[in-house]
Design a protein around this ligand. Structure first.
Ligand code: AMP
Length: 551
């Protein structure tokens, strides 16, 4: 028997219409670096998204399935593109402006982007690539920047505001199509540390369901009383779903644009008083150093969602003291990205909550996990058996984009024969469903037939009061096969010797796991999305570029 329920497609268009009407007064505030930020209501954003859709269709001729890319910071205009492009039936492609030039060109060509909307401040990055981007016919420039760098470009150049001004803001002025919810809405390439970048294509349905999940109390749990500071870039897995989730619930957004350094972030928080924020650990490390040196009022920001790489427990403790509660979350581009969030179960004291808070978190109903051991067997959830995490669910990828006319890519190392996503993350799951990651499969240190978790060592080193940051990688060792190399960044004016650091680790990790190779560095190299660049460190070591002390 079929159900008697309506079958209404879950689309981005519905989220747009809902946000701009029911939550029309909610605001997107964009930092400008001037005395006043730019403020725009959801109603205005909806109107401007409609103007953009009209302009893309009538003037640029953008039709179904064509790719409109963005090379933008987090700002109101980027939110407008987020809603206009998928709602008109085309596909939004967010480009990571921190990628090296060759990778960026490769990605634009692979996706066959026809239009690029770019912030004026990013033009110096785009202009030199244009000769190698034959599919790009139109460039739309938003905001200030030296447009002269585009002189001579084969693509037609438009001004974002002039383009919008020529078109209607009335929602009914665009013939929004009734879309199949399974159609592509948005695409985003993974940062890809090995091989070519891979395109993940999100559907209207996956975005809709993921947004509902972001809004659950178990997840970020924000309401229309909240303002969220969206530091995680809109080009990094859709800013963890926040632009869509906020339009569903009327949550105000504070957008930092290009002002991502600790000092302006601290100023933004003090002046605009967000209640929540989302970013990777390195951002919070930087902000902590900043407010330690120059105290600021962070009291509004009681909750922070932190993920993208492991959050050191010491960082959580430091923010607890400031009254800011970091909530750990795990996910990846292929999971839209939210997989787990570490809200402890009910009925516990603060002390009992701690071991739950430092896990990666609990799975929501729609993300089903399993752990697969080295021999391929499914492991129990006993918080001890470590295996590769595999997941499946309605906002989890089943393949990668194959390029124009190409077949979808389903690499064996990423997808199991029975259709689960192989995350490449290694960890354990507790009987009540909390995930603790011990490593990336490729970062685990294989020492004399035993595994050492690089993350566990990093957390133990970062708990030392004089240490600001630490990254541990595997390096070749004649006797043990591999051993850990610890790269350490000290806090300003701190001094500590390696023997003291080694002694500090004893009792925190097994004695045989304590590294004998140490190097002090000014900063740990980071990837384009702010994670420790372990491949880069291994390369520096192999090239003899690090001044390693062995003891
Ligand atoms: P990306 O697709 O660039 O977002 O990278 C996803 C990867 O980041 C995951 O597979 C994990 O290895 C890592 N990651 C994300 N969140 C966490 C977390 N909370 N703890 C540890 N690793 C994380």
């Amino acid at each position: 028997m079929l159900s008697t329920m309506q079958d209404v497609p879950l689309t981005v268009t519905r989220i747009l219409r809902h946000g701009m009407t029911i939550h029309g007064k909610a605001q997107v505030t964009t930092w400008t670096g001037e005395s006043e930020p730019q403020r725009r209501s959801f109603a205005e954003i909806g109107g401007r998204a409609t103007r953009l859709a009209n302009a893309l269709r009538d003037e640029l001729g953008v039709m179904d399935d064509e790719r409109v890319a963005t090379l933008m910071w987090n700002n109101a205009e980027h939110v407008e593109a987020y809603f206009a492009v998928p709602s008109m039936g085309a596909i939004l492609h967010t480009l990571n402006l921190r990628l090296p030039a060759e990778q960026l060109s490769w990605i634009v060509n692979h996706a066959a982007d026809r239009v690029i909307i770019v912030n004026g401040t990013v033009l110096p990055l785009l202009a030199p690539l244009l000769d190698d981007l034959p599919t790009v016919e139109h460039i739309i420039v938003s905001g200030a920047g030296d447009r002269a760098v585009l002189d001579g470009a084969a693509a037609e150049v438009h001004d974002y505001e002039e383009l919008l001004a020529r078109h209607s803001a009335a929602f009914e002025s665009f013939a929004w199509p009734e879309l199949d919810e399974r159609r592509a809405a948005l695409m985003c390439y993974t940062s890809g540390t090995t091989g070519d970048p891979k395109g993940v294509v999100f559907s209207h349905r996956s975005i809709y369901l993921h947004s509902m999940n972001v809004n659950q109390t178990e997840s970020m749990g924000l309401t229309d009383r909240d303002t969220t500071l969206v530091v995680v870039p809109q080009f990094h897995v859709n800013a963890w779903g926040l632009p869509h989730a906020t339009f569903m619930t009327g949550i105000n957004m504070l957008m930092p644009d290009r002002f991502l350094q600790p000092a302006p972030l601290a100023e933004m928080i003090e002046r605009e008083r967000p209640s929540h924020a989302a970013a990777v650990p390195t951002i919070w490390q930087g902000l902590l150093a900043e407010v330690t040196a120059h105290p600021r009022d962070l009291s509004s920001m009681t909750r922070v969602t932190i993920g993208g790489s492991a959050c050191p427990p010491a960082l959580m403790e430091a923010y607890d003291k400031l009254g800011v509660r970091l909530c750990h979350a795990w996910g990846m581009t292929e999971t839209s990205p939210l997989g787990t969030t570490s809200n402890p179960p009910a009925g516990l004291t603060e002390e009992e909550e701690w071991p739950y808070r430092i896990t990666q978190g609990r799975f929501p109903a729609s993300v089903e996990p399993r752990l697969v051991g080295p021999g391929g067997d499914i492991l129990p959830w006993d918080n001890e058996s470590a295996g590769e995490l595999e997941v499946r669910g309605p906002w989890v990828a089943r393949a990668y984009y194959g390029g124009a006319g190409g077949e979808e890519l389903v690499p064996e190392e990423k997808f199991s024969p029975d259709g689960w996503l192989r995350t490449g993350d290694v960890g354990v799951i507790s009987p009540d469903g909390y995930l603790t990651l011990t490593d990336r499969a490729k970062d685990v240190i294989k020492s004399g037939g035993e595994w050492i978790s690089s993350v566990e060592l990093e957390n133990a080193i970062m708990a030392h009061p004089e240490v600001a940051e630490a990254a541990v990688v595997a390096v070749p060792d004649d006797k043990w096969g591999e051993r850990p190399l610890a790269t350490v960044v000290l806090k300003e004016d701190a001094s500590v010797d390696y023997a003291a650091l080694k002694a500090f680790l004893v009792g925190k990790v097994a004695k045989w796991q304590v590294p004998e190779r140490w190097v002090l560095v000014e900063s740990v190299p980071k990837t384009s999305v702010g994670k420790f660049d372990k491949k880069g460190i291994r390369k520096q070591y192999a090239n003899g570029e690090l001044d390693v002390t062995r003891l």
